[in-house]
Design a protein around this ligand. Structure first.
Ligand code: AMP
Ligand code: MG
Length: 287
C-alpha cells in the first residue's frame, strides 16, 4: 500500500488549483506507471487501472480474485472520450446526454482502435462505458486523459465498498494510491444497460428502468445466458454472515436491517426510517 489521501485534503486540492494538486497527480502518475488506484465514485469505490495496459488490468483481476470472463467497466471523463472507445448509437447518445455524468453504464460495440484492451473487455467485442459524477473521479479521469478500468473495489463475490475504510479493507493493500472521497452518495453499483441488439437492462441500479424507458422505449430482460452479463452470477454481493430474509426482528446474535418505521435498539440498523428507497440504497452495502 502506498499513499493515502484524506477527503479534506483531496477536496482542498480540487478547489485550490495548481499548488495543491497532490492526490490527483499521485493517482494519474500511478495509473501511467501501470499501478492501481483506489478511486471513489458516486456509486461505490473502484479499484482502477489504465484500461489500455493489460498488465495493470491483470493486476485488477488478481487483486479482486475476479474471474477473467467478467469484464470491467471503462470510465471516461466525457461523452467525447466515450466515443473514442465505443460506438455510440443514437439511443446511446440520448442516454449519455440524459444521465452522464452519473450512475448509468452503457454496453456498446467497441470502437476499432480504441484504447480499452482485450483483457478489460474479457475478450468481447463490446465495452461497458460510464462517465462518473464524483468530483475526485472526474478530476483523475480528466488529468489522466484515457479510459480507466475500474470494477468495484471489493474482492470478487463480496459486497461493494461504499466508504473509504471498507474499500481499504477489501483491496487497499493492492493499491499504490488510495483516494478518500468520503461515503458514496448512491451506494449501489451503476445501472447497466446494453445497447447491442435492442436496449436491455443487465443490472438494476439508481437510474431506474422507468427513467431509461421514458427515453428509449421498453427495455428487454437480460438474457438467461450469464456470459452476456457475467456480473449476474448466482453468488454475488455475499456478506460474511448468514442472512435471514423477511425477518421482523433480530433473534439473539443477529442484527436487524430494518426499512421504514421500526423499533430502535443496539441490534437495529434502519436502512431508511422514512421508507425512502434512495436513502436505503445508499446505506445497504455499508450496513
Ligand atoms: P463492476 O465493475 O464490478 O460493478 O461490474 C461491472 C458489470 O458490468 C458486471 O456486471 C459486468 O458483467 C458488466 N459488464 C462489463 N462489461 C460488459 C460487457 N462488455 N457486456 C456485458 N456486461 C458487461
Ligand atoms: Mg462489482
Amino acid at each position: 500500500m502506498g499513499e493515502h489521501w484524506l477527503a479534506s485534503f483531496a477536496l482542498l486540492a480540487l478547489t485550490a488549483g495548481e499548488e495543491a494538486q497532490g492526490p490527483v497527480t499521485a493517482a494519474t502518475s500511478a495509473l501511467r506507471e501501470g499501478r492501481l488506484v483506489l478511486l471513489p465514485t458516486e456509486t461505490v469505490y473502484g479499484l482502477a487501472a489504465d484500461a489500455g495496459n493489460p498488465r495493470a488490468v491483470a493486476a485488477v483481476y488478481a487483486a479482486k480474485g475476479r474471474p477473467a470472463f467478467n469484464p470491467l467497466i471503462a470510465h471516461v471523463a466525457s461523452v467525447e472520450a466515450a466515443r473514442e472507445i465505443a460506438v455510440l448509437s443514437p439511443e446511446a447518445e440520448i442516454l449519455a446526454a440524459a444521465f452522464w455524468p452519473g450512475p448509468l453504464t452503457l454496453v456498446l460495440p467497441v470502437q476499432p482502435g480504441g484504447r480499452v484492451c482485450d483483457l478489460a473487455r474479457a475478450g468481447l467485442d463490446t465495452v461497458a462505458v460510464r462517465v462518473p459524477a464524483h468530483p475526485l473521479a472526474r478530476a483523475v479521469l480528466e488529468a489522466f486523459g484515457g479510459p480507466v478500468a475500474a470494477p468495484s473495489a471489493n474482492r470478487s463475490g463480496r459486497p461493494s465498498p461504499t466508504n473509504f475504510a471498507a474499500a481499504m479493507a477489501e483491496t487497499g493493500e493492492e493499491a499504490a494510491v488510495a483516494l478518500d472521497g468520503g461515503p458514496c452518495e448512491v451506494g449501489l453499483e451503476s445501472t447497466v444497460v446494453s445497447l447491442l441488439d435492442q436496449p436491455r437492462l443487465l443490472r438494476p441500479g439508481r437510474v431506474t428502468r422507468e427513467e431509461v424507458e421514458a427515453l428509449v422505449g421498453p427495455l428487454a430482460e437480460a438474457e438467461a445466458d450469464a456470459r452476456r452479463s457475467p456480473g449476474r452470477l448466482t453468488r454475488h454481493y455475499a456478506p460474511e454472515a448468514p442472512v435471514r430474509l423477511e425477518a421482523e426482528g433480530a433473534r439473539p446474535g443477529e442484527i436487524f436491517l430494518a426499512f421504514g418505521p421500526a423499533p430502535e435498539g443496539a441490534e437495529v440498523l434502519n436502512l431508511s426510517p422514512a421508507g425512502d428507497l434512495v436513502e436505503a440504497a445508499a446505506n445497504l452495502f455499508s450496513f
